[in-house]
Write a protein of this length. Structure first.
Length: 237
């Protein structure tokens, strides 16, 4: 219930801002190498920023995709509701937040803040550095050759780290309330899998805070968890 209230608040807030300031039923396209001294916002349209651009403000959208080309700089948060976010290679990004959509971040991109997703996956590729936390509610993590200087936290998302990915702090599985149908039919919560391979490293702990959810860690030889593994079954591969 709390999550639904948060989503409703975010959606109403963003719509009210865009109706007064942003583009409605219109896409936005920024040409290669252009410098934009303001924020970009749209409702019911896509936002496309070509390669080697600089946007001083935020990039925000409702009901449409956001595409950031390679070698771009975005000075404030990239936000989207009901649409995907794709960031190209070699970018400098402030932070990313999404509701109902996937996030894909290209090679060697630096995210100065964190990444937050509600109902969407997060994929990061070789050389990506995220300086704060990555959190999801109902979405998977797929990190390849990625460094996360904060923690990973999820309620109901699978986690895969490979190709030498590294998390400086903890991986946390948060507790969730049982849904109406789960209570009615006494269904078990979906099993959650964490996979570490390709010499990936967790410098903190792996903690399952949901006693009703079974969590399995598939730990490939050469990958390491330096901290404790709490309420998680380990299967070495």
């Amino acid at each position: 219930m709390k999550i639904k209230k948060i989503l409703l608040f975010i959606t109403i807030f963003m719509l009210s801002v865009f109706l007064s300031m942003g583009s409605v039923n219109k896409s936005i396209s920024i040409s290669e190498g252009e410098k934009v001294e303001k924020s970009l916002s749209s409702v019911n349209g896509s936002i496309s920023v070509s390669r080697s651009c600089k946007v001083k403000g935020s990039v925000t959208n409702v009901n449409g995709s956001i595409r950031i080309g390679e070698n771009c700089e975005i000075g404030n948060t990239i936000r989207n509701v009901n649409g995907s976010i794709k960031v190209g290679e070699d970018c400098k990004i402030d932070s990313i937040s999404i509701v109902n959509g996937s996030i894909r971040i290209g090679k060697n991109t630096n995210v100065d803040g964190g990444i937050n997703s509600v109902n969407g996956s997060v994929s990061c590729y070789e050389g990506v550095v995220v300086n704060e936390d990555i959190t999801t509610v109902n979405g998977s993590f797929k990190l390849s050759g990625t460094e996360v200087k904060g923690k990973l936290a999820t309620v109901n998302g699978r986690i895969t780290l490979k190709e030498g990915s590294r998390v400086k702090k903890d991986i946390i599985i948060k507790k969730s309330k049982r849904g109406f149908l789960e209570k009615l039919f006494n269904w078990k919560k979906r099993e959650l899998k964490i996979t570490l391979k390709g010499k990936s490293v967790i410098e903190g702990d792996i903690i399952n805070k949901d006693e009703e959810r079974r969590v399995i860690l598939f730990l490939e030889a050469g990958s390491i968890v330096k901290g404790k593994v709490i309420n998680v079954k380990i299967e070495k591969t």
